[in-house]
Design a protein around this ligand. Structure first.
Ligand SMILES: [Zn+2]
Length: 430
């Protein structure tokens, strides 16, 4: 296919002209992508198809344009362009502030070393991705070619963009595009089944797994087996086995293999990740491998991501995630002492973080919702304290038996072996 030169002017069907600035990517997927400007010097991207008949592509793009933009995260065609008997479309230009979502799995370079994205940011970005797919499925649309490179992230603003709009299909339409191998369910990989909206319920957890564990859920030590077929087809298509399959250990992650992969991180993370995450992954990669109905829904994944955030804290030294129920005294990654948050416990327990507000229904079995404490520094040698918010008074019972009364607005210092009496409630620290 002929590449369009810089300066070439192309004409949109709605009367606008666009000048080619440069080729952004060549031959990926079904077409080339160019950076272009219109007569008002506004920057856009222009995708020019390689294949497909003109009529087919024209209808595809028209339908996507009519459908409009269901969600800000999806990049939608704005104008149709015909060049050299080929069809293409104009879309929003995704600038350099956006990086491939592969950074969720691979990390980013910082001062010459590769570091993981901060845990909280990673969960927030994954939640953004899942939210976009909830909107998409509510609009009865599916994407059949989800992969890291089709999702772009603005790490500074926690924004996402989902590309390759021509692969957004109406779920009742026949699929026309083949997705990327390792994000497709096995039956689609082996072509026993055409790609359809059920791809999402497999691809999204694959992205979540790879982001959290740092490797692919079906890519373990079976990669080392002598094999007569393409090894990717074997692992992801014909003989898929979840690396943490509870009854089949034949594909466990390998600490170091001859491909230079090191899956020790995957093994370590699995040890500490909570059961609800493991169960959800098993529902996809064991029970739901061939049966999409057994896979968690997008809203289930959103709940799981929120729960992971609420149940975790990060090592103050290296940023590694840990879970509040951990028995570890040392961070497994940096080997420094692990400073676990202190919990306040009454009917319920919640971890204390500086600046947070604790509401009545956070700690008591009540439906009343009012501010009880704010976590603040106290005048007692930098110790954290609980500032009394709505209620008038509270008693602090020290370990030696002394009792001191605090009134509204005062901060009660936290001693791990003390107790607080407030109204009819007793509060402990754990
Ligand atoms: Zn650490």
């Amino acid at each position: 296919m002929r590449t369009l030169f810089k300066g070439t002017v192309v004409h949109g069907q709605n009367g606008n002209t666009y000048k080619i600035i440069k080729l952004i990517s060549q031959g990926t997927g079904q077409g080339d992508i160019y950076k272009v400007i219109n007569a008002r010097k506004e920057v856009f991207a222009f995708k020019l198809f390689h294949s497909g008949t003109k009529d087919f592509n024209q209808r595809l793009i028209e339908r996507l344009m009519r459908r409009g933009q269901v969600c800000e995260a999806f990049v939608t065609p704005l104008d149709i362009v015909e060049v050299d008997d080929r069809i293409g479309y104009i879309m929003e230009y995704i600038g350099l502030e956006y990086v491939s979502a592969a950074v969720l799995c691979n990390g980013i370079e910082k001062n010459g070393i590769i570091v993981n994205l901060p845990w909280g940011l990673k969960l927030a970005l994954l939640a953004r991705i899942v939210e976009s797919f909830i909107i998409l499925s509510n609009a009865n649309l599916g994407i059949i070619d989800i992969k890291f490179d089709n999702i772009k992230l603005d790490l500074n603003n926690c924004q996402i963009k989902i590309l390759d709009t021509d692969t957004i299909i109406h779920v009742n339409d026949k699929a026309s595009v083949r997705g990327t191998v390792s994000f497709m369910p096995p039956d689609v990989m082996t072509k026993r089944k055409a790609p359809d909206k059920d791809n999402d319920s497999f691809a999204i957890p694959t992205i979540i797994f790879m982001s959290l564990y740092g490797s692919h859920p079906l890519d373990g030590k079976r990669r080392l087996l002598p094999c007569n077929e393409n090894i990717d087809m074997y692992l992801f298509g014909t003989h898929p086995v979840y690396v943490f399959n509870p009854t089949d250990s034949s594909n466990r992650p390998l600490p170091q293999d001859e491909f230079g992969r090191n899956q020790q991180q995957t093994i370590d993370k699995h040890k500490k990740y909570p059961d609800y995450l493991k169960k959800a992954m098993e529902a996809v990669f064991v029970d739901g491998l061939y049966d999409s109905r057994k896979r968690p829904s997008m809203s289930d994944w959103l709940d799981i991501l929120e729960r992971l955030y609420n149940d975790s804290f990060v090592c103050e030294n290296c940023g590694e995630e840990h879970f509040l129920d951990t028995k570890d005294k040392i961070c497994g990654v940096c080997k420094q002492e692990l400073l676990k948050p202190i919990f306040i416990q009454s009917d319920k327990a919640v971890p204390l973080f500086n600046g947070m507000t604790i509401y009545s229904d956070d700690i008591w079995a009540t439906t009343a919702h009012y501010e009880v404490f704010k976590v603040v520094p106290t005048k007692y040698d930098g110790r954290m304290g609980l500032q009394l918010m709505i209620l008038d008074r509270a008693n602090l019972k020290l370990a030696g038996g002394d009792v001191k009364t605090f009134v509204n607005g005062e901060a009660i210092p936290i001693f791990l072996d003390s107790e607080i009496e407030i109204e009819s409630h007793n509060i402990k620290f754990i």
